[in-house]
Structures are given as C-alpha cells and as structure tokens.
Ligand binder design. Structure first.
Ligand SMILES: Nc1ncnc2c1ncn2[C@@H]1O[C@H](COP(=O)(O)OP(=O)(O)OP(=O)(O)O)[C@@H](O)[C@H]1O
Ligand SMILES: Cc1ncc(C[n+]2csc(CCO)c2C)c(N)n1
Length: 257
C-alpha cells in the first residue's frame, strides 16, 4: 500500500528543512478570528485566498499582529490573490479596497448550495497552473463558533478526500487520512501535541491499526456511536495509521511558540 506522509512543518519558520513531501501551500482565510500564526502561514503560501467575510478578518485583524506599523501599510502588504464567495459578508468598501489593490474577485452568489470554503477549494482544484503541483490547503479560522460552520468545514475534508486540506485554529488542526494509504505522520513536537484523536467520520471502520500513540489500535473497529479515539497521546516522533475507512486526524497545537 502506498505510504502518504504528513507533517505540520508549515508551522515552522522553515518548512523545507523538514524531509517531508515537497508541497505548494495555499492559504484560505475564513470568517473567524485569525489564528496567531497567520503571518507565518501567509509567508509560506504561494496562493492566498479569502472566503467572503475572511477578507474582513484580514483587513481588521492582520494589522494587530504588527502593532508598531501603520495599519494601511500592513493592509497593502497583505492583500489576497483572490476573494471567493457569495459576497454576503464582505464589507462593500473592502471589496473596493482589495479590487483596487489587484485582488481577483470571484462572485459565486448564484450557488446557495455549497459553502464559501467549498467554493474556494473547488476553485483551487480547477486552477490549471496548480494541476501538477502537490498542493496543500491550509484553512485558517476553521474551528470554534457556529457548529454548522464547523461541521460544514469538516464536511469539505470529506467532499475532497483526494486533496490535502488542513483545518486550523489556535488550538488544534484537523485533516483527513483517506483510506487506501498507509499514513505516516511526522510529529513536529515543538509546535504540536501531545493530545490527538482519530475519528471515523464518514462511516464505520472495521479495521484500524496505529503505532506511536499511548492507546494504539490493533485491527480495531471504530464507529460513531461506538469506539472513537479521543484524548489519545502522541508518544513517538512518527505516528502511523492504517484503516479501511477515511479517518479524521486531529492534534493539539502547543501554546507559546
Ligand atoms: N463561526 C464559524 N466557525 C467556523 N467557520 C466559519 C465560521 N463563520 C464562518 N466560517 C467559515 O468562513 C466562511 C465564510 O464565512 P462568511 O461569514 O463569509 O459566510 P457565510 O454566509 O456565513 O457562510 P456560507 O456562505 O459559507 O454559508 C464560511 O464558508 C465558513 O467556512
Ligand atoms: C439542505 C440545505 N440546507 C441549507 C442550504 C443553504 N445553504 C447551504 S450552503 C449556503 C451558503 C452559500 O454561500 C447556503 C445558504 C441549502 N442550500 N440546502
């Protein structure tokens, strides 16, 4: 079975120093408080997109990371490549501000059946320039607040199982481990852990096997309404996961780095 490796090296000052897969990062900003490491993710990303009201967050909150700088200068430096959504949350004047700064705006207000995050991921998936790149989408501000939004964001992981998408908040990250691979997760212990979980989100798993955890699974059955792994603890530098079903992997992010 093919090995798929994962690493949160995008949370390090120099992700390429890690021996993980060579990835091109896209950063998506949602309409939630920006995580404290947003400027770092911005630096690592080749493509930066705001999902609708995510542009309000960028405009209002990014200057707060650079308190001793002029807010307008910061806003001009941190302009998104694209704003996508149904445009019911972005403030009118910000649409003008970012359009003037050269940001592309994709108004998808005709689609009231998919979320703004879904629209952003579809857009990235269809970009011809990224077709042969190993893309990893970092989604900032994906958790906390409205539960329908949170679960909608997790549902996007399940709707695009072949894409690398990582949901991030200040406290944790969540990604999908698609079945059909042997997963090797390289733990960046300076920034993440030790608490972690494995959740069979789309349907039951008849067999899941892990190494590198305090409570490992050996051909274990997991299902919602039965066993799921929460409050587990990372023990090694590498966690391996094999399962006959898609699983969510979540790990806590450390404070104070
Ligand atoms: N409280 C929240 N928790 C988690 N994610 C959120 C929250 N609020 C917004 N988002 C994310 O940010 C995206 C943009 O949000 P925005 O407020 O601009 O639009 P919305 O009209 O509320 O959402 P949508 O149009 O997607 O239903 C949403 O698609 C969602 O992914
Ligand atoms: C069963 C069902 N429930 C809710 C919505 C509404 N909806 C879903 S995503 C979205 C946001 C568009 O940006 C809206 C309004 C729907 N269409 N179908």
């Amino acid at each position: 079975m093919e090995v798929m490796t994962h690493s949160s090296s995008f949370l390090l000052p120099n992700p390429s120093a890690d021996n993980g897969p060579s990835l091109t990062y896209a950063l998506l900003l949602l309409n939630r408080r920006l995580p404290r490491f947003t400027p770092l993710l911005w630096k690592h990303a080749q493509l930066r997109i705001c999902a609708d009201g995510g542009a309000n967050r960028l405009y209002d909150e990014l200057p707060l990371f650079f308190a001793d700088e002029d807010a307008l200068a910061v806003r001009k430096r941190y302009k998104p490549d694209v704003i996508i959504g149904d445009m019911d949350s972005i403030r009118e004047e910000l649409l003008g501000f970012y359009k003037n700064a050269g940001t592309k705006v994709v108004d998808a207000s005709h689609d009231q059946d998919t979320t703004d995050l879904h629209k952003c991921v579809s857009y990235i998936q269809d970009l011809p320039i990224l077709k042969n790149q190993n893309i990893c989408i970092l989604v900032a501000g994906a958790l906390g607040g409205r539960f329908d939004h949170e679960i909608g964001n997790i549902n996007v992981l399940c709707r695009f199982p072949s894409m690398r998408i990582i949901l991030l908040s200040d406290d944790c990250l969540i990604q999908l481990l698609p079945c059909g691979h042997h997963h090797e997760i390289h733990i960046q212990s300076t920034v993440e852990g030790p608490h972690c979980g494995l959740i069979p989100i789309g349907g039951p798993s008849e067999r899941s096997t892990t190494t590198g955890l305090q409570w490992n699974l050996t051909d274990a059955e997991m299902r919602f309404g039965g066993l799921i792994s929460t409050s587990n603890i990372v023990k090694g530098d590498i966690v391996t996961v094999q399962s006959d079903a898609d699983l969510l992997w979540t790990i806590s992010l450390r404070k104070g780095w």
